[in-house]
Design a protein around this ligand. Structure first.
Ligand code: SDX
Length: 427
């Protein structure tokens, strides 16, 4: 196996080392490319370019493999809970009983959000998209937690981490309750982490909170499935913002904005809206398939395709099975699920999708479960952000602990060559 590549340019030969990861992935190390050759590279969307070496998440797009710190997503979704997975992603090992209990206790200590934050939330109209509200509130948290900004020691990082893991779910719940005109209150420290999130989101003012194991387990599994996904758009955003030594909360706020886009996390909302449009159209999936294949039509089959997976997204497989189970357990018969399954079957038999290796991704079925859990469509991407929070934190922490340089890509300039200023009356 070769341990280098040789580039020939202008009659010279240049060797560049091959870096090999623990799963035998290989990359050309071009750290010295410009100083040695004067050349840079260009790769729109970074489709062929690695930004870092990371020990957090491994995925194999051809084989449909996803592992967090070496554990398969199938095992974690089945056997772990979300708080355990958060600890695993951030600190690298599954916690023992004492470690998990201390982690949860440290989080509970930080679950208060300054009441002044409600004034910021009040400034938003009810029509505001929850992702915009959440990104703003996450950034606003900085003002109330200044010690979480310039964190350089692991100890300071730990405190910033438990603080945001405690306060972010409160902001998510407040964002939802503001839209519904419900009072903004806190959770209950006697509950589990995810159960408490569900209570904060859905407890009605005049009723006692009644926990539903099916709902809590489904939510816990969905959050695990969204927890990390190596260098996706929003995670890369968190890392590059953090690389300037902006604080954790500022980096997360930027990541939330990146996730909002319909080509990324915003797809789960777009999928539901697409399925509802097909239902309103009498279930005419063929019309939407034709639109998705028409190069002159910007419409895409939302929830299909992926930059890395050229096989089934393993998360989509798990969520599809869970959707059947949850709707069955809750006694819900949702025609949208049948439309989704019909669309998937058609696409997987259509040469356009087969040739381009376009399969359902994590966003295709997740909204059907969120809807069954009573989560409004506009909040779907917020739920994605809630799940992705520990992954963003883990990636930000790894980038800072590795002392990675500030992210600053190069470019190829294609604008005007040098020219001289002309007075306005002579133009
Ligand atoms: C997430 O990166 C991650 O890990 C993200 C994520 C995570 O966990 O963080 O997995 C979460 O963002 C999942 C993806 C959610 N987005 C959607 O479902 C939106 C619909 N999907 C597409 O927009 C698209 O597939 C992307 C954005 C997901 C991937 O785009 P790429 O890798 O840039 O691929 P491409 O646009 O170059 O597409 C290749 C071809 C093109 O056709 P040709 O020019 O070759 O003829 O496939 C076509 C595209 O037009 N295509 C689609 C399509 N997706 C790709 N055609 C119709 N419908 C689609 N959904």
């Amino acid at each position: 196996m070769s341990d280098k590549v040789t580039l020939e340019f202008n009659g010279n030969k240049y060797d560049f080392p091959i870096v090999e990861g623990t799963e035998k992935e290989q990359a050309i190390d071009i750290k010295t490319l410009r100083s040695a050759t004067g050349l840079t590279t260009i790769d729109p969307g970074y489709k062929n370019t690695g930004s870092c070496e990371s020990a957090i998440t491994f995925l194999d797009g051809e084989k449909g493999i996803l592992r967090y710190r070496g554990y398969s997503i199938e095992e974690l979704a089945e056997k772990a809970d979300f708080l355990e997975v958060a600890y695993l992603l951030i600190f690298g090992e599954l916690p023992n009983t004492d470690q998990l209990a201390k982690f949860h206790a440290d989080i509970k200590k930080e679950s208060h959000v300054d009441e002044e934050m409600k004034k910021i939330l009040d400034g938003f109209p009810k029509s505001a998209h929850p992702m915009g509200v959440l990104s703003s509130l996450t950034s606003a948290l900085i003002a109330f937690n200044p010690s979480s900004v310039n964190v350089t020691s692991e100890n300071d990082m730990y405190h910033a981490i438990v603080r945001i893991l405690a306060k972010f779910p409160v902001l998510v719940a407040w964002t939802l309750r503001k839209k519904k005109g419900l009072p903004l209150d806190y959770g209950d420290d006697s509950l589990g982490y995810v159960e408490n999130i569900h209570k904060m989101m859905f407890k009605r003012p005049s009723e006692d909170y009644k926990s539903n194991k099916i709902v809590i387990d489904a939510l816990d599994k969905l959050l695990i499935l969204h927890a990390d996904h190596e260098q996706n758009c929003s995670t890369s955003t968190v890392r590059i913002v953090g690389s300037s030594h902006a604080g954790l909360f500022a980096s997360l706020s930027a990541g939330i904005s990146a996730l909002w886009g319909p080509l990324h996390g915003g797809a789960n909302q777009a999928v539901l809206e697409m399925l509802e449009a097909i239902e309103a159209d009498g279930g005419d999936t063929k019309k939407y398939m034709a639109k998705a294949k028409d190069k002159n039509d910007p419409f895409r089959l939302m929830g299909f395709g992926h930059r890395v997976y050229k096989n089934f997204d393993p998360r989509a497989k798990i969520i599809k099975v869970a959707a059947d189970e949850v709707l069955n357990d809750l006694g819900i018969d949702d025609p949208i699920l049948d439309i989704a399954k019909g669309l998937e079957k058609e696409a997987l038999e259509d040469p356009y999708f087969v040739d381009r290796k376009l399969y359902p991704n994590v966003d295709f079925y997740s909204g059907i479960i969120y809807r069954a859990l009573g989560i409004p469509t506009e909040m779907f991407t917020v739920m994605f952000a809630l799940g992705r929070l520990p992954g963003w934190i883990a990636q930000w922490r790894e980038m800072r602990l590795n002392n990675e340089p500030i992210g600053r890509p190069r470019q190829v300039y294609v604008g005007e060559n040098h020219r001289f200023f002309v007075e306005v009356n002579k133009r």
